[in-house]
Design a protein around this ligand. Structure first.
Ligand SMILES: [Zn+2]
Length: 161
């Protein structure tokens, strides 16, 4: 992030309503390892991830050839129920949410290429941390029938700690 204030970020955060999520659009999944939730807003006194949910988005979501798959999968995620999926994305249902860590065979590139509109992943380099991540994801998916329920349960890091 440069020195410029993100447009609307502070105006939108009045402290009264649910935090406004921040989305980073990155051109390559190789950049998704960047710890964007730990970056600080220029005016801020804490990391973004402590103030609001932070999402990373693909610039093209796998390209126009996957638009129909993304739309179908998103519509099914809205209806639910959601299914966490750690392997076999090519044979998963359209209600699957890929769950990955950097040590697992499932890759973010694969998820983007197959048109998955939502993925959850851990960037931890310590595989020992992944058990806690997978437990958190399992609870999140168990409590969330639809994608909107899941997104509503994503909290800033501070509230989750
Ligand atoms: Zn791992």
């Amino acid at each position: 992030m440069g020195a410029r204030r993100p447009g609307g970020l502070t105006d939108a955060d009045d402290g009264q309503e649910a935090p406004v999520p921040v989305h980073f659009v990155l051109p390559s999944t190789s950049l998704w390892v960047l710890p964007v939730e730990r970056w600080w807003a220029p005016d801020g006194d804490s990391a973004l991830g402590r103030r609001c949910p932070v999402f990373v988005r693909s610039r093209d979501g796998g390209g126009r050839s996957r638009l129909r798959e993304r739309q179908t999968r998103w519509a099914d995620l809205v209806r639910g129920p959601l299914e966490g999926r750690r392997t076999g994305l090519d044979s998963a249902t359209s209600r699957a949410v890929p769950v990955a860590c950097v040590h697992a065979p499932l890759t973010l590139e694969e998820g983007v290429a197959l048109g998955y509109p939502l993925m959850l992943w851990s960037r931890s380099t310590r595989h020992e941390d992944c058990a806690a991540f997978h437990q958190w994801v399992d609870e999140l998916l168990r409590e969330s029938v639809t994608v909107h329920e899941l997104l509503a349960r994503l909290r800033p890091l501070e509230a989750a700690e």
